[in-house]
Design a protein around this ligand. Structure first.
Ligand code: SAM
Length: 245
C-alpha cells in the first residue's frame, strides 16, 4: 500500500523477483504460466501487480490448495488468490466483523495507526465488494471469517496445520503482527509458505521491525521491489541450486 523503503542493513535475505519467476520457468518449461488480477485499486490497502504475481507464483510452485489470508479488506487479495489457484483450492480470509465497529480492539489502542483504523472503517462500511462482484465459481472458493484475529479460535474453525500458504496482511501494529504470525505457524502444514506484507513500509514500521527480529532465527527472504517477505524453507533450498544472490 506504500512505497518500499530502501534496503535495510539487517533482516531477511534480499531476492530479486526474477528468481521466483525463474523457478516457475524451471518447473513448467512447456507452459505459458498465466496470472490474473483485477486492475490494482487506486486507494490504499491493496497489493501491487508485482506482489500479486509473486503470490500467484507461490501458489503454482506450492500447488497450494488451502490458503489463508489475514486481512480481507475489500477482497482484492482474496480474489487474486482464488483466481490463480486450482479449481479445488479453497481460500479462507479473515477480517473484523463489520457489525463490531465501532467497538475498538482493546489490544492496541495507541499503536493502532490512523491508516489501520481507516482500513477497518472501509471494510466495516462496505465489506469486501471485490468478492461480492467475483464470478460465482470464485466466490465459492472463498470463505470469510469475521472476527478479530486476536480472538480467532483455530480449533473452532478447524484451522490447525492445514494451510499450504498463509498471507499475513491484517493489522500492522506489533501485537497483531506477532499474534497473526504465531497463529500462522500453528495453521501451516508441513512444507507451507508464510508471507508477510508491508515489510519496509514507511507507515507500518512495526511490521519491518518484527520481521527483522524473526529473521534472526528463521530463513526469511524479502522480494525486492515489493513489500513481501517469504518464509518457505524449500525456496532457500531451490535458490541454492540456482545460485541466486
Ligand atoms: C491491508 S488490508 C488487507 C488487504 C488485503 N489483504 C488485500 O490484499 O486486498 C488490512 C485489513 O486487515 C484488517 N485487520 C486489521 N487488524 C485486524 C485484526 N486484528 N483482525 C482481523 N482483521 C484485521 C483491517 O480491517 C483491514 O481490512
Amino acid at each position: 500500500m506504500n512505497s518500499p523503503s530502501p534496503a535495510r542493513a539487517h533482516g531477511p535475505l534480499a531476492l530479486r523477483p526474477r528468481h521466483i519467476f525463474s523457478l516457475l520457468e524451471q518447473r513448467f518449461p512447456d507452459e505459458n504460466v498465466m496470472f490474473q488480477s483485477v486492475m490494482p485499486p487506486t486507494g490504499i490497502g491493496s497489493m501491487t501487480l508485482l506482489e500479486g504475481a509473486i503470490l500467484a507464483s507461490l501458489i503454482r510452485l506450492l500447488e497450494a490448495k488451502n490458503i489463508f489470508e489475514f486481512g480481507t479488506f475489500q477482497g482484492h487479495g482474496s480474489v487474486l488468490l482464488a483466481v490463480n489457484s486450482a479449481p479445488e483450492a479453497r481460500i479462507v480470509t479473515l477480517d473484523f466483523d463489520p457489525a463490531a465497529r465501532p467497538a475498538a480492539a482493546d489490544h492496541a489502542p495507541a499503536a493502532s495507526t490512523a491508516n489501520d483504523s481507516f482500513l477497518r472503517d472501509v471494510h466495516a462500511a462496505g465489506g469486501a465488494p471485490c468478492i461480492a462482484r467475483a464470478a460465482p465459481a470464485l466466490q465459492r472458493k472463498i470463505t470469510q471469517i469475521a472476527c478479530d484475529s486476536h480472538t480467532l479460535d483455530l480449533d473452532a474453525h478447524d484451522l490447525r496445520k492445514r494451510f499450504d500458504l498463509i498471507f499475513i496482511d491484517g493489522g500492522h501494529d506489533a501485537a497483531t503482527v506477532r499474534n497473526d504470525t504465531r497463529k500462522a505457524f500453528d495453521m501451516a502444514c508441513d512444507g507451507a509458505a508464510i508471507v508477510w506484507h508491508d515489510y519496509g513500509s514507511a507507515v507500518h514500521s512495526d511490521v519491518t521491525d518484527y520481521v527483522d527480529e524473526l529473521s534472526a532465527t528463521l530463513p526469511l527472504v524479502h522480494v525486492e521491489a515489493t513489500m513481501l517477505v517469504l518464509y518457505w524453507p524449500a525456496l532457500n533450498t531451490a535458490l541454492a541450486h540456482t545460485g541466486a544472490k
